[in-house]
Ligand binder design. Structure first.
Ligand code: ARG
Length: 601
């Protein structure tokens, strides 16, 4: 059968290896074909490690098992003859003809680059719950991470053809509103009563307003009591309280939106308050099913499983209604899950929060499953991330010890990239217009923050360093943006002023006179595989590593393979096409990370 150019090499190899394992050792042996990209350059492009574990089961020597697999393996239509290495690894190397076929498939559509859109049952309705700051409380670096990572995952899933619902689960409900509203009632009674303006009360800095309210709450018993009454009034739907609540949320919304605009992130607000009307029913449903029971005045669900059972055999409870009758964070999440499945038709739900909430999600996921709110076929995934730390590895804060405001942080990144750019311009004796400089540094500054976050393995803590992230050389956004600029420049120069896109749709006779060309080509082919890995594991750093690999190989290609001065027109055309694909791959990767490209840097 002809080799498909829409399937990835890894998928193609996997099915062939599975067939070979089945023939040689039966279907059980084929359960895990142990096929991975090669771990070392000398080991071909992919390797199959199945022989090692099979040998134990079969009581044979691994190299003999490997030989038997190879005997049954038919890959001659797209691979060189397989070889056995080390204790029994099977090395697989793609043929140049196959590589060329796949490159032409990428070239046919530079916007998709051989990445097929998921269709039919493979296209899922995915809810991504991310960003989710809390009103009147500080939007901190954790929320920044959630926003950046969440947006990148949405971009990826959208690109792959899934139907993505971007939800901002804003903390817009809860006891903190009692004190806020009470203070508002005192300071601008006319506004609260609906007869006046907000006046000169500055809700702009709600955090300060919150601190003032909190300070009163802690020392003034009358205020405290009034605040508590206010919570009840708000939850009971009192009109005056509601107006005050809306004013507070509206103010916050404006502040949050500024940040989303700066980051160019789209997210739909559907805060905790949205689920308020469903909370009582959720608890009633849990009670009806016998899952929720009374415990010390509260309504709780006892969890199953060893991790939720202590040494005495007591099961840990999740509170779904507090003893004062109020609902909590967990109740809201249960209602939200039920809603997302029943109303939104979600098939996959992702929660992008810090790793500190892992336990919470394990608990509510379990309750939602047992209650039948989320059927087994819908996947619930907590997508946790590590802490942001200062350069010293300690808590990230300003010099005076305050929490770093996100706006200040992003402004600072722009300031730093401006100094970096200005120094570079001065060193190169280059002059650029102030508009140009402003445009570049505003894009590079934000890109630097995003990239530094995304390139770190998601679950590790990461050390925030302005100096490192704006550098042009290193594993940084500016470096990647520069790599893109370079591919374009080479192309313009060698291609007689043509644009990269002119290459699209051409049928190129690729040639690989220099090893660096084939190496680059094979890495470019891996894009669809990398995206499939990301789709499953949701790890943007894998994309950063891939892009880094592409630009390193491109640099080597550039040093060793003259484009304009190529030996023949055919080789030149092949190199131009490699530049075009490289540029499009880098641009696509950057886009999936939420980073814009520039024409000049
Ligand atoms: N507002 C929460 C926080 O700041 C995050 C909400 C995450 N989403 C959720 N469905 N619980 O920690």
């Amino acid at each position: 059968p002809a080799v498909s150019m829409t399937e990835t090499a890894q998928d193609l190899l996997r099915s062939r290896v599975v067939a070979a394992l089945t023939t040689a050792f039966g279907p059980d042996a084929a359960a895990n074909p142990m096929l991975t990209p090669a771990t070392k350059a000398g080991f071909g492009d992919y390797q199959c490690n199945a022989a090692l574990s099979l040998a134990k089961k079969e009581g044979k020597r691994p190299r003999d098992v490997a030989a038997a697999i190879i005997d049954a393996l038919d890959v001659s239509d797209f691979c060189e003859a397989p070889t056995v290495a080390g204790p029994g690894f099977i090395n697989l190397t793609l043929t140049p003809a196959y590589v060329s076929g796949r490159l032409n498939a990428m070239l046919a559509d530079l916007s998709r680059l051989g990445v097929t859109k998921r269709t039919g049952s493979a296209a899922k309705k995915v809810v991504v719950d991310f960003s989710s700051p809390n009103i009147a409380k500080e939007m901190h670096v954790g929320h920044l991470r959630s926003t950046i990572i969440g947006d990148s995952l949405c971009r990826l899933l959208e690109f792959l053809g899934h139907d993505v619902v971007r939800l901002n689960h804003v903390g817009d409900w809860g006891t903190q509103f009692g004190m806020l509203i009470q203070l508002l009632r005192e300071e601008v009674p006319d506004f609260v009563a609906g007869t006046g303006e907000l006046g000169d009360v500055d809700l702009g800095d709600l955090v300060v307003f919150y601190k003032r309210a909190k300070a009163r709450f802690d020392v003034d018993p009358a205020f405290k009591e009034a605040a508590q009454r206010e919570v009840v009034a708000l939850q009971g739907g009192d009109e005056v309280s509601r107006r005050a609540w809306q004013a507070i949320c509206g103010q916050s919304r404006v502040e949050f939106q500024k940040l989303y605009d700066t980051l160019r992130v789209e997210v739909t607000e559907r805060g905790e308050s949205f689920y308020n009307p469903y909370l009582a029913d959720v608890v009633a449903d849990l009670e009806r099913q016998g899952l929720a029971v009374e415990d010390q005045g509260a309504t709780v669900v006892f969890l199953e499983g060893a991790q939720f059972t202590n040494r005495e055999g007591d099961r840990q409870p999740v509170i779904v209604r507090k003893s004062d009758g109020g609902f909590n964070y967990a109740t809201t999440d249960l209602a939200a899950m039920r809603y997302r499945v029943q109303e939104d038709g979600a098939q996959r739900i992702l929660y992008v929060t810090d790793i500190g909430q892992s336990l919470h999600f394990q608990q509510v996921f379990q309750v939602a499953r047992r209650a039948g709110f989320v059927p087994e076929k819908v996947s619930l995934e907590h997508v946790p991330f590590g802490l942001v730390q200062g350069e010293d590895g300690k808590k990230f804060k300003t010099r005076s010890g305050d929490v770093v405001k996100l706006k200040d942080l992003l402004d600072e990144a722009v300031v730093r990239s401006r100094s970096e750019l200005e120094a570079r311009l001065a060193a190169d004796n280059r002059t650029e217009s102030p508009e140009y400089v402003q445009d570049v540094v505003s894009k590079v500054g934000i890109a630097a923050v995003k990239y530094a976050d995304l390139k770190t393995s998601r679950t590790s803590n990461y050390r925030f360093s302005f100096d490192k992230m704006v550098k042009l050389d290193g594993d940084t956004a500016p470096y990647m943006m520069y790599a893109f600029v370079r591919t374009q420049g080479i192309y313009r120069e060698a291609g007689g002023g043509r644009a990269l896109e002119d290459m699209e749709g051409k049928d190129v006779a690729f040639a690989y006179p220099v090893a660096a060309e084939l190496a680059l080509a094979k890495t470019l082919l891996r894009l669809p595989e990398v995206l499939a890995e990301l789709e499953r594991d949701l790890c943007p750093h894998v994309l950063c590593e891939y892009m880094k690999g592409v630009s390193t190989l491109f640099n080597r290609f550039y040093e060793q393979c003259p484009v304009r001065g190529a030996d023949s027109e055919a080789v030149k055309e092949s190199r131009l096409a490699l530049c075009a694909i490289t540029a499009s791959v880098i641009r696509r990767c950057l886009d999936l990370l939420g980073i814009q490209t520039l024409d000049k840097i």
